[in-house]
Design a protein around this ligand. Structure first.
Ligand SMILES: NC(=O)c1ccc[n+]([C@@H]2O[C@H](COP(=O)([O-])OP(=O)(O)OC[C@H]3O[C@@H](n4cnc5c(N)ncnc54)[C@H](OP(=O)(O)O)[C@@H]3O)[C@@H](O)[C@H]2O)c1
Length: 244
């Protein structure tokens, strides 16, 4: 089996390292890539083809893991050459997923949940051909959601509704605790019900949110746009908080 990679960043490198089998060959291309990506490709030992069109042509499974902004363009450019499964792992909205579905024959909508550099990220997939990816469970936990492309993208957004709103609440409550000189005690009392690693996880979540507040705000705006007929009181408050 041949797995083609468009994009050779954190996601693709993780998959390349996790999915090790003598029956699977990974291919990619250096075509148009940055010096950093080319160096990573050359150091990895992956099979390198001249163009991404060749990669798409030869792959039984073609994985797109580039960036949310380029996902649709990549699908429009190379999707038509993919005869096997086209697995999109970009962090894109359900609307973009449906657009991509129009340009490729066998789209599977995918998401990697959990830290990408952990040993146990989980892959979620949906689409008519999703069953054909379940063999990947041999290498990383792979769960099928449904036969419907877009379901994984919706779940990804719902996950963001929760995590981003909670992060905004954590920022607010810990800042008040700090003002009263009770930050350690605040995390300690919460750890009793929320679990021993609550403080560590919360601080990582707060730091990540504050360091990426512009991107997180944009993602919240996208959520508000997509679920515009739902009650989004908490999401809107989180957005207001992040914009401060
Ligand atoms: N990192 C995570 O934890 C995570 C988790 C789930 C989903 N995702 C999603 O997965 C995707 C990839 O994430 P990542 O963290 O692996 O990104 P990354 O580390 O920034 O790597 C992106 C890779 O894609 C390449 N690329 C960009 N545009 C391309 C194009 N038009 N054609 C071919 N290659 C292209 C980049 O090459 P250049 O260096 O040449 O630009 C780079 O090798 C994103 O959409 C992200 O939202 C990421």
């Amino acid at each position: 089996m041949i797995i083609g990679l468009i994009g050779f960043g954190k996601v693709s490198k993780t998959l390349f390292n996790l999915i090790r089998s003598e029956n699977i060959t990974f291919i990619t291309s250096k075509e148009g890539r940055s010096a950093e990506t080319i160096e990573d490709i050359e150091n990895s030992g992956i099979t390198i083809l001249e163009t991404f069109r060749d990669v798409a042509n030869k792959s039984d499974i073609l994985i797109s893991a580039t960036s949310p902004k380029s996902a649709l363009d990549v699908a429009k450019t190379y999707g038509r050459y993919a005869k096997g499964i086209y697995l999109d792992l970009n962090n894109i909205s359900p609307d973009t997923t449906f657009e991509i579905d129009k340009c490729v024959d066998n789209l599977v909508d995918g998401a990697i949940i959990g830290k990408i550099d952990s040993n146990n990220p989980v892959l979620y997939v949906s689409g008519k051909k999703a069953d054909e990816l379940l063999f990947l469970s041999e290498f990383l936990q792979t769960n099928k959601i449904s036969d419907d492309v877009g379901d994984v993208a919706i779940l990804k957004m719902l996950r963001s509704v929760y995590t981003k709103s909670v992060s905004a609440l954590l920022i607010e409550s810990s800042q008040i605790a700090q003002k009263y000189g009770l930050e350690d005690e605040f995390f300690e009392v919460l750890s009793i019900t929320e679990g021993e690693d609550f403080k560590e996880k919360s601080i990582s979540r707060i730091t990540n949110t504050l360091n990426n507040s512009k991107r997180k705000s944009e993602e919240l705006e996208e959520i508000i746009d997509y679920f515009d007929d739902s009650d989004l009181t908490m999401v809107k408050a989180a957005l207001k908080k992040l914009n401060r």
